[in-house]
Design a binder for this molecule. Sequence first.
Ligand code: 13P
Length: 306
Amino acid sequence: MPLVPLQRILGKARSDGYAVGYFEAWDACSLEAVLTAAEEEAAPVVLGFGAMMVDGTWLDGGGIEVLGAIGRSYAEKSAVDVALLFNEAHSLEQARHGIDAGFNAVMIDTHSWQTDDAIVAVKELCRVAHQSGVAVEGELGSPAEATASGVDHSHASLTDPDEAARFVERTAVDCLAVSVGNVHIMMDREASIDMERLRSIHQRVDVPLVIHGGTSFPPAAVVQAIALGVAKFNVGTVLKHAFWDGLESSVRSVGTNPEVHQLLGSHKESDVMGVAQQRMTTKVRSLIRQYGGSGRHVVAAELSAR
Ligand code: 13P
């Protein structure tokens, strides 16, 4: 199925009162796990890859093109509505490469930039991207980040609602990631969400809102967040843990003298990646249900008529 514009996927989620997940993958195996989950739930989904944890030299040396090619080939065989996001590019240049590589949505990680610098770069990205029918996600504010020793608030800043309105108006982004107490990469507890701030942003900003740090977003707050304009949750860390746990248990169960051709790359039941993928698929399915996305797939033609 051809890629569906992110704006349409998010617009329908907003109008019908649910959210979609961007379940961050890192290779073909993990992307397949996400797509399987979305197809099993008959749910629209944002597929894609993020740059934040990936070596910049690898990305710049052809990695973005490889990721784009993997993403497009899975999207084309998808049975559900899919957008393909290149998330948190390190620079404007990388986001532009993402467009050339076939992603239909791009984002620059500007969380540590001065707002005015971010506006200049993101506005330029929107100009280029919109000419090719590609969506741009902006970001204003910086979520705190979990580290081995606790939550690091030193670079965190909450999104100011008036600044958010100015940012959206100046850049023309299609959706906006906000910082309202959400925390990145946190596994051991739930974040505490400032719903009043989210409400104020929603009152001033028209475009769909995005929450990064989906791993620690409190399930009990999902419905209210959706009512306050959130149309996409970005999830990463918990999915890598699910995959890792599955991989570890299947590798542990292999005895001495491993049958490497059966264990690696066979795509048979014996493939060690199978259990890892299954664990990730199960987690993605439960999050899709939590966001109210199950059964929301509609044929692309119907979607474009909306
Ligand atoms: P988590 O890893 O905290 O789920 O956040 C992922 C994310 O925000 C990717 O953009």
